[in-house]
Design a binder for this molecule. Structure first.
Ligand SMILES: O=C(O)C(=O)C[C@@H](O)[C@H](O)[C@H](O)COP(=O)(O)O
Length: 360
């Protein structure tokens, strides 16, 4: 087992990473939440069997649990599903020590995490990600929330988990499309922080797609470390540093909102978003075309889209972008590469330039 520590003072926690020790979960949960007696396990219909293994592990260390199941898919990241979780917590009944355990992908983690952040003004949260995207991104760093019809993640809060338990063996049975979607966020870390990691992904694309266990452990561990490094320095996205994790996401949130939640998986939207934002950087003279080309090649090798769908109206996409959480007074801000492995937050990018990129 490997551990990635996220150092956040009193909110510090461990990300435990294993591919061979599923039984280690129970002791990890007990260490992460020493006083918990009761838990609500939140999961989706696709991973109920993983959730029941988790519930047995909790029981073995004296934590009795109930399970709330939401339909799989982005549409579950809604206020209506959140209310149902509040009902389940009230039914338990939950007190301040009750643990919320999110077993699933990004949707379950964000939704369950936001219920944990807000019920009783905050419950301890354990993340058990079962998708690549949740392992490398959404379960780490404390962003929780639900969508609004006008924009992705518009309702949310920061709530750090007490621990993250990653068993990469789950990835063996992950549907292909979900697996590829997670790779978009992995590629993102290479572009924004670590050119050597980007080269590793280029050189090992076939082994990654074949889901070779050692490569999976490496890419998950490296991604978690890179994300933790950013979160440790700017936990609540206040200094602008954490915003670098949003590379590709301004376009992506447009695609997801205009396309309808669920038309594309989040990572698919991020892949096309990274290419769009890289093209913006090119047009602003910040990077040579070769930087975009390498991303296009790698994302294509991973079977990911590199542009939005033509039927998604440019003006509707821009309207969503204006509501992006990075925008200030309606002015668009983007995270743009300056070279492979480095990005910057850029203010006041003209809407006409964005229109030009969206139309190419
Ligand atoms: O953790 C972060 O910070 C990120 O921005 C990571 C993103 O990959 C993730 O999709 C995040 O949930 C997006 O946050 P948002 O603030 O743009 O809604």
């Amino acid at each position: 087992m490997q551990t990635v520590r996220v150092n956040l003072g009193p909110r510090s926690y461990d990300i435990a990473l294993t591919s061979t020790d599923p039984a280690g979960f129970a002791a990890f949960a007990r260490r992460a939440a020493p006083k918990a007696k009761l838990a609500l396990v939140v999961t989706d219909a696709n991973v109920i069997s993983h959730a029941s293994t988790v519930a047995s592990g909790l029981q073995s260390v004296g934590i009795h649990s109930q399970t709330a199941v939401v339909p799989a898919g982005e549409a579950s990241k809604s206020v209506a599903r959140l209310e149902a979780l509040y009902d389940a917590l009230a039914e338990l009944p939950a007190d301040r020590g009750t643990l919320v355990v999110a077993v699933g992908g990004g949707v379950v983690g964000d939704l369950g995490g936001f219920a944990a952040a807000t019920y009783n003004r905050g419950l301890p949260l354990l993340m058990v990600p079962t998708t690549l995207l949740a392992m490398v991104d959404s379960s780490v760093g404390g962003k929780t929330g639900v969508n609004h019809p006008k924009g992705k993640n518009l309702i949310g809060s920061f709530h750090q988990p007490a621990g993250v338990w990653i068993d990469t063996a789950y990835l063996a049975s992950l549907p292909d499309r979900e697996f590829r979607s997670g790779l978009a966020e992995v590629v993102k870390y290479g572009v924004i922080q670590d050119p050597e990691f980007f080269e590793y992904l280029e050189a090992n694309a076939a082994a990654i797609l074949a889901r070779r266990p050692d490569t999976l452990v490496h890419i998950v561990a490296r991604s978690c470390r890179l994300k933790a490094d950013v979160v440790e320095q700017d936990e609540r996205e206040e200094t602008g540093l954490r915003a670098i994790l949003n590379y590709g996401h301004t376009f992506a949130h447009g695609y997801e909102t205009v396309g309808g939640y669920g038309a594309w998986l989040h990572g698919e939207a991020v892949a096309a978003g990274m290419v769009g934002e890289s093209r913006l950087a090119e047009r602003l003279g910040r990077i040579p075309v070769a930087v975009t080309d390498r991303q296009v090649r790698l994302l294509t090798a991973f079977g990911l889209p590199i542009a939005g769908k033509p039927e998604w109206a440019t003006e509707a996409l821009i309207d969503v972008m204006r509501r992006d959480k990075k925008s200030q007074a309606g002015k668009l801000r983007f995270v743009l590469p300056t070279r492979l492995g480095h990005v910057e937050l850029v203010d006041g990018v003209s809407e006409d330039l964005v229109r030009e990129v969206l139309r190419t």
